[in-house]
Write a protein that binds this ligand. Sequence first.
Ligand SMILES: [Zn+2]
Length: 440
Amino acid sequence: MTRQAYRYALDLNDHQRGLLASHAGAARYAWNWGLRLIVDAIAAHRAGDSSTPIPSARSLHRAWNVWKKGDDGIAWWSEVSKCAPQEAFRDLEIGLRAFWESRAGRRPGPRVRFPRFKKKGRARDRFRLTGAIHVEARHVRLPRLGRLRLCEEATPLLERIQAGAVHISAATVSREAERWYVSFAVEVERAQPASNGHSDTVGVDLGVLALATLSTGEVVLGPRALRSGLRKLCRLSRHHSRCQRGSANRRKASRRLARHHARVAALRRDHLHKLTTMLAKSHGRIVIEDLNVRGMLGNRRLARALSDTGFGELRRLLEYKCRWYGAELVVASRWYPSSKTCSQCGAIRAELSLGERTFRCPDCGLELGRDLNAAINLAGWAHPVVAGSAPETENACPSGGQTAPGAAHHVEAGTEQQRASGSEPTGTTGGRWSRSLICP
Ligand SMILES: [Zn+2]
């Protein structure tokens, strides 16, 4: 069983928009309500009073049910599906557990922060529903919300449902700018082919000027959407910041800004999906570089161009699509000098500035585009010559390979440590840039 999501834009009337907004409000309210109890319980523990346990999602829900009907409870609870607060408590528990695991060092990846209170207008409007969820050709029926129209036909999902191949476990409704989306979390019985019928190896160099350069010589240009839309973005955000706080004009300006951000994000998502599907379907083995995305985003000048192309997202998509279609994804070590190595004779140049777009080899005289040279080197990385420099195999492919599974795992564990120790962002300003551009 694989977990997968199907996401559709919703076509709503004003009444339905109001209904969705109040569900999102209820989820936010319940989150803050539960977080307050948790914070108080932790404070009591610190003060030496351990009589009240830290509440779990289940106990929060029980306390909520008593409280909402009580004297200082809330009047609107009967208008909102009980799932919205219940699922918010579950998220809270998951978030809290992630924080503790991360603090204890049992969780890989970046440090997880303690759950924060959600402020209306700042936190994203979203809520999750479980229970009776029905998908029709052009509609979805959700508990309490009734029948909502989709912007497009849900044919692929519907076919899978009718074939009995999927089970919908939950529906998440969220808002981006002024548009609402529903995302179905499904468990799919998905055949994971051992091979996609291709046996070639392709090296993919991810870059700033071109999103991807393949060792075959193909060049995939990055989504220029953000860059071309950047002037408009600047204009909109300048206008926004000049409007009087709290004024109607400022509200209008911020809606326009949010809409533009959402449009750019959608274009980027679409582009990355197309590129990664093409790669996973048409090549047997794909070698990419292990880019330290967070570290690179510390560099302010590169940050905008990098987050524009969405490297981290690209790798995430490639990882699961390679599993789906039967390609093998290999991530070359971060320390492999793919740009500085000559792809013809193997000589390594000591220095290569970012501005040099052509690789010139002093030993054999090779002249090649910088990105293409790096891509060819990455393709060669799949067959390492040097002992002990086995590539990090991202997904175990049964028919796959030349590296023993044991060796790959060993290397993987090593890189995990490198990731934990060496991937702190270097600059705070860079971080700010990247956040605002990655999550518009
Ligand atoms: Zn050379």
